[in-house]
Design a protein around this ligand. Structure first.
Ligand SMILES: Cc1cc2nc3c(=O)[nH]c(=O)nc-3n(C[C@H](O)[C@H](O)[C@H](O)COP(=O)(O)OP(=O)(O)OC[C@H]3O[C@@H](n4cnc5c(N)ncnc54)[C@H](O)[C@@H]3O)c2cc1C
Length: 511
């Protein structure tokens, strides 16, 4: 009886062993390069590798779509992850003239940029009367600047001004004088640091304090403080207490994005080029493929997916926001990299859209609509940093939907979470009411779309910055770039291309 049972079990065990071996074979793959993340950094690396002759790569993306912090939504159908002239971008949107790597990348995939300086920036006509620092974000000190109206709106409350001079007149004289002095002081600080240097004495001195502590020490008037804080929120969706003075000064100096950082948009939406590239790469881009560990294994890297699959690769490029990358078990990251990842809080940002069949306000309101709550630091029932006309390409040309957008950023974003859906909508609508003559159409949007980036599991926020290069594995992405493009899509593209170039360099020298 015993031997009979044993005889019956043997084939079954054999089947089990074969099945297990087959499963193991299926659960292990071997590639030259594994790329974690299918945002701009990851897919730029993939394209550069393919163009360099390395086709043996796989991109592992944790979510069910490519794009990362760029994502399109069709304003007519609300379909996401599609590219056409009706799309709105719920994440990264604008392109600066100096963002040449992105412009080139997008153009090669059939997505040209279009100029929105006329449509979006009706109030930002170049004017030599405004000091460069007013622009706030990434304006080169040697460039004649334009005024950022939203900075002023934050202090003057809701408004609809038709010229910089009107804005200037609405600003209290003493606060204006303070801002001029603050601007001159910041210009001096900007002149004292370089864009490329690392950890020199001047950097260390500025890195020791936050922008908020500098504001408090140098500016007394609430309106002036509010203007500077608002500039910071617009810059990185964080409160001034959360960013260093060094970061602020380097941004003002234009280290990462010389010139207007919102002059262009990509026709088809910023996610468009990545959707096209993923289609081209086919099975080499795996969706729903979260990487949980990257460990060394016999001279190779073992990339472990949550599904249980292991991929062995000669090179690995890790991308993704620091808060998310920090959760990947990667012992090979140096101690300093791990410390750095822990110290990079993500900004909180929601883009809140009211969408209409057409941008009806354009019939009577030329140029940009900008309205903003007063400074959230002094008014606690404030939720919104800035709002504007943010229509898609088709709407801007009068043949498609229109969209009004509010940015809910920094501390306001956390407060906004405490409102009900109805309260949020009523609040955002009320901000536009004055500028749009309380038109009844304002209250009847076809859709409301709110995209909260801190709630996205593989973003956990909007953006952050570390001014340090990570040794060890290749760590690519807009948040880790030490040079030009940092914090922007441009930085993601450049860092992805740089990682690929290094890998191609190794490959060439080895072969
Ligand atoms: C609201 C908002 C507005 C913005 N506006 C602009 C703008 O106007 N102009 C501009 O230039 N930039 C803007 N940005 C910034 C820009 O979008 C980002 O800097 C850029 O898209 C980041 O690209 P990335 O490839 O470095 O990272 P990501 O886009 O975050 O890509 C990383 C990818 O990795 C995936 N991933 C993460 N962890 C894992 C894992 N463990 N396993 C597998 N996959 C993983 C993620 O899902 C994601 O797809 C904005 C961002 C936000 C959120």
């Amino acid at each position: 009886m015993g031997s009979e049972l044993a005889a019956r079990r043997l084939p079954m065990m054999g089947t089990f062993i074969v099945t297990a071996l087959l499963a193991r074979a299926a659960a292990e793959e071997e590639v030259a390069v594994a790329i974690v993340g299918a945002g701009y950094a990851g897919l730029s690396a993939a394209l550069a590798l393919a163009e360099g002759g390395v086709d043996d790569f796989r991109v592992f993306e944790a979510t069910d779509h490519v794009g990362g912090r760029t994502r399109n939504v069709d304003a007519k159908t609300l379909r996401m992850d599609t590219a056409n002239d009706d799309v709105l971008e719920v994440g990264g949107t604008f392109v600066a003239p100096g963002h040449t790597a992105l412009v080139d990348f997008a153009a090669r995939l059939g997505f040209p940029v279009y100029n929105v300086s006329g449509s979006r920036r009706g109030l930002r006509e170049p004017s030599k009367t405004w000091p460069w620092w007013w622009f706030g974000v990434d304006q080169r000190v040697d460039t004649d600047s334009t005024l950022a109206p939203s900075t002023l709106y934050a202090s003057t409350g809701n408004g609809d001004f038709s010229s910089p001079e009107e804005l200037r007149a609405a600003f209290p004289e003493d606060a204006w004088a303070e801002l001029e002095a603050a601007g001159a002081a910041m210009a001096n600080l900007a002149a004292s640091v370089g864009c490329e240097a690392h950890e020199d004495d001047a950097w260390a001195a500025l890195d020791g304090s936050t922008f908020e502590s500098w504001i408090r020490a140098n500016v007394a008037k609430d309106e002036a403080r509010g203007a500077l804080r608002s500039m910071c929120r617009g810059m990185i969706a964080q409160e001034p207490a959360g960013v260093s003075l060094l970061f602020t000064v380097r941004s003002l100096k234009g280290c990462w994005s010389s010139g207007d950082d919102d002059q262009y948009r990509i026709r088809g939406g910023t996610q468009g080029p990545l959707l096209a590239l993923a289609a081209r790469f086919g099975g080499r881009v795996a969706l729903d493929a979260e990487v949980v560990a990257v460990t060394a294994s016999d001279g190779r890297w073992r990339v472990a997916l949550r599904s249980g699959v292991h991929v062995f690769a000669k090179y690995v490029v890790v991308t993704g926001p620091p808060a998310v990358v920090a959760k990947i078990r990667a012992p090979a990251f140096s101690a300093i990299t791990k410390q750095l990842l822990q110290r990079m809080p993500m900004g909180a940002s929601t883009k809140y859209f009211l969408i209409y069949d057409e941008p009806w306000w354009r019939a009577f309101h030329s140029g940009q609509v900008v309205v903003t709550d007063p400074d959230p630091a002094t008014a606690r029932d404030v939720y919104v940093y800035a709002c504007e006309d943010h229509s898609p390409y088709s709407g801007l040309r009068g043949r498609g939907p229109g969209a009004l957008l509010c940015w809910i950023e920094g501390a306001c974003n956390l407060r906004f979470d405490g409102l009900t859906d109805d309260e949020r909508r009523a609040h955002v609508t009320s901000l536009f009411a004055g500028a749009l003559k309380n038109d009844s159409r304002l209250y009847a949007p076809t859709h409301v779309v709110a995209h909260d980036w801190k709630a996205q599991p593989f973003a956990e926020g909007a953006y952050t910055l570390a001014q340090q290069k990570a040794p060890g594995l290749f760590l690519a992405g807009s948040d880790y770039v030490a040079g030009y493009g940092a914090g922007y899509i441009e930085g993601a593209v450049r860092s992805g291309q740089a990682a690929a170039a290094a890998i191609l360099g190794f490959t060439t020298s080895v072969n």
